[in-house]
Design a binder for this molecule. Sequence first.
Ligand code: PMP
Length: 454
Amino acid sequence: MQSELQQLNNAHHLQPFSDNKALAKSGPRIIERAQGVYFYDSNGNKFLDGMAGLWCVNLGYGRKELADVAHQQMNQLPYYNLFFQTTTTPTTKLASKIAELAPAHMNRVFFTGSGSEANDTNFRMVRRYWDLKGQPNKKTFISRANAYHGSTVAGASLGGMDYMHKQGDLPIPGIVHVDQPYWFGEGQDMSEDDFGIKAAQSLEQKILEIGEENVAAFIAEPFQGAGGVIIPPKTYWTEIKRILAKYDILFILDEVIAGFGRTGEWFACQYFDLKPDLITIAKGMSSGYQPIGGVIVSDKVADVLIEEGGDFNHGFTYSGHPVAAAVALKNIEILEQERIVERVKNEISPYLQKRWQELADHPLVGEARGLGMVAAIELVKDKSTNERLEADCKGGGICRDFAVANGLVMRPCGDTMIISPPLVITKDEIDELISKAKKTLDDTANFYGISTTD
Ligand code: PMP
């Protein structure tokens, strides 16, 4: 019997990325409150949030300082826009703070309400840049298969998810995709290093095929998040850097997940030693307490837009929203004061990754990988062949259901189970996460009749 709220939900709420018919049957879980790395549903169940919401609640739940600053800003100035030759204090301070943390060649920020809007901004800003440079033919964006760059028309087109392209006739013209560096899924007939170079070279092949004079930019996540926490082989970024140095195209690094400490650096370009022209940001910027995103813009791009551009006819009602900006600013201040990024790098990420590797011994796990505060396991039926649990990769969903029953949120991407916990998770909480993950793997093995004892 579904509750009154569940029935109201079924009648009136169309939910994102959901089969609303199936959801109406089961009834959505109603999340009521949260504290630290845990949240609670309306039936009193407690969950360890191994996904930090949707990769965003980096500071964990229940930080009163963030609520207080939102309250204060709402009382003082709940809204004003940035279109009418105006700005607000928290918006400008946030831009300046982000520029201080970003690599030295990046000094400006364009704000949006989300990561998707930020990638739409990239799409328009990059084309505008090439127009202003007198090279209007440079229009094509090169992205990668199985990338995630958002759900708006440009975001989903830049993304490389077939299941998204199928809905709404995407990608739109001017966006093409090259290989992803997914060694476990696509490269096991080669060494990881060789595969990394091969995947990177698909970018060069595409540039040559389209013609450098027609290519606007290459966009990539530093590690693919929604695609399954895919961490490129060591050789990959080195080879991509060689290619980017050779051709006159812009480089957009989508750090919506990776930015603001998840790798143990403020930005993943620092972790991987990359020099992007544009960085997409969102999620961890405000720890998800307020919706806000943006693009960090290099001097190379900003100088052209500013010096030669006149009006840039782009922006959103909620670009740089003062309440969201105040919360983001406070969030960054806490990250700094509590030295959370350093703690990730020196203490908590090494601990998480060491314990996560224990899962590699489980009979159901073909590979355990991770970096910073993200990690993945590949579910297999047979470790010697890495054959999947089921041909259609349904095993991940089964495993997720056992995880939920065990009070742990892990997310399936096909047969890859992923985590991205709050950066503030403690060692004890990591121990709990690992023991719940082990129990979940045992339950899943049991479901498939696979022995866990030998
Ligand atoms: N880029 C990446 C890498 C993401 O992971 C996401 C969201 N998961 C987005 C863009 C889109 O962000 P939003 O959902 O805020 O639009």
